[in-house]
Design a protein around this ligand. Structure first.
Ligand code: ADP
Length: 426
């Protein structure tokens, strides 16, 4: 074989190899093209899915009757739905990009502006928790024209991979519900008022019968009349409580603060309950701090608070149980001072599933309903309404069959005066 033949053979080998490599490369290219095509296809599909989801979200947002406002974590509005714009009397472009605290102010029903830190949306962002407005403290949104409407509000934080990105406030105008409530309260007020006269008549005559004014009764007759008297007394209590509730709800009750010895009222209430405490052989302890000053409060309202809390503790604790009433002055937030009333007992307690409802009207927990027939389920509602409306508050901790501690407070400055048409009765 000549040198030229060798070369020719080598060249042929190289060409064959090159062809093979070329073929492989072109196959790879084809595959890459396929992958790219598939990627593009799925990207397009995803784009379609996203566009469809966006269209769905937009329709959802615009068809929803509740107002919705989304903000970023600094409170800057990023989205408002048409219902929110209609309720607030604003245009989308007027509010987007502005801080919700500046552009959409809120106030309490009496017109007092609600500070930023107390707004639900601020609290949802600060605590990363969903916050719902307290129905006893109605929040009003201010419209652009200066008018306002009461609203029911929920603020929910938006978390993405555990990172806070903003929050959503949803709200509803509850003017209509408030009006219905008002009419209902007026009706209850009127009906209770009318019921008082015949109840008083029954009371008088039952008292006269027991006293023997119509002749001496046999023991059995006396027993029956006493039952009528007791039943009637319970009805009087219920009617009075209903009257108080309607006055609290209509906001027509007077708050008439005067310098008051709060501890004297507490002692008086315990003394009034003495027969029941004695009958049930209860151990009642009282602890009054020496530094509690005379306070400008409405003595009538103060008495209702003490009466309900102490009588509940006595009523819902089995015989020979322990009840403690403590009145002291303690530190409140931001250097303020408060009057603190603590009523603790080692009684039946409040079951876990009943705890959220304990301050609602007419609610009585099952564990006491089966034991103690007396009660209207209105006392704590009245106490909470009084404290809420006079700048105070109330909370409790309780464990079933272990006991309950109620803690109520009022600012030491006392209650603010309010003109009204009626006083609350105890
Ligand atoms: P009432 O005592 O007339 O039923 P309240 O409004 O005062 O109504 O109390 C509501 C409910 O709260 C009671 O029915 C009871 O279930 C519960 N409750 C209140 N105080 C206590 C307490 N000290 N211990 C246990 N349960 C209590």
């Amino acid at each position: 074989m000549t040198f030229a033949d060798d070369m020719h053979a080598d060249c042929k080998k190289d060409v064959a190899q090159l062809r093979l490599q070329l073929e492989a490369a072109s196959r790879e290219l084809e595959e890459t093209k396929n992958v790219a095509r598939n990627l593009l296809d799925s990207l397009k599909e995803e784009q379609d899915v996203l566009a469809r989801a966006k269209a769905k979200d937009e329709t959802l947002l615009s068809s929803i009757g509740d107002g919705l406002i989304a903000v970023d974590k600094d409170g800057v509005i990023t989205l408002v739905n048409p219902s929110a714009c209609a309720m607030l009397g604003v245009k989308e472009e007027e509010v987007i990009g502005n801080k919700i605290y500046d552009i959409l102010p809120v106030a309490y029903e009496n017109g007092t502006p609600i500070p930023r830190e107390e707004r639900l949306i601020y609290r949802a962002i600060a605590t990363r928790q969903m916050v719902v407005n307290d129905p006893s403290q109605i929040t009003c949104f201010l419209r652009k024209d200066g008018t306002r409407f009461p609203s029911s509000i929920t603020a929910t934080p938006i978390l993405f991979k555990d990172e806070l990105v903003g929050a959503i406030e949803s709200f509803r105008d509850i003017t209509h519900e408030r009006e219905i409530d008002r009419v209902k309260s007026e009706f209850v007020s009127l009906a209770s008022h009318q019921l008082r006269t015949p109840l008083s008549t029954i009371n008088w005559y039952a008292e006269m019968l027991v006293a023997g004014d119509a002749g001496v009764l046999t023991d059995e007759q006396k027993k029956y009349v006493e039952e009528i008297y007791k039943g009637n007394q319970r009805m009087v209590e219920l009617v009075n409580a209903l009257l108080n509730v309607s006055r609290l709800e209509l906001g027509t009750f007077v708050i008439d603060p005067e310098p008051t010895d709060v501890i004297a009222i507490a002692k008086d209430v315990v003394q009034e309950l003495e027969p029941k405490i004695f009958e049930r052989k209860m151990d009642m302890k009282e602890s009054y701090a020496a530094d509690v000053p005379s306070m400008k409060v409405d003595p009538n309202l103060m008495r209702i608070v003490f009466q309900n809390l102490v009588s509940n503790a006595v009523k819902y604790t089995p015989p020979e149980g322990h009840v403690t009433l403590a009145v002291e002055s303690v530190d409140g937030p931001e250097g303020s001072k408060r009057l603190q009333i603590t009523v603790s007992d080692n009684g039946f307690g409040i079951p876990k599933d009943a705890q959220a409802k304990i301050f609602t009207k007419l609610y009585r927990a099952d564990n006491v309903r089966i034991r103690e027939t007396d009660g209207t389920g209105l006392g704590l509602y009245i106490v909470k309404s009084i404290l809420d409306q006079t700048g105070g508050g109330i909370s409790f901790v309780s464990e079933e069959n272990k006991g309950t501690i109620f803690t109520a407070f009022l600012p030491l400055e006392g209650m603010r005066k309010r003109e009204g048409t009626k006083a609350l009765g105890s």
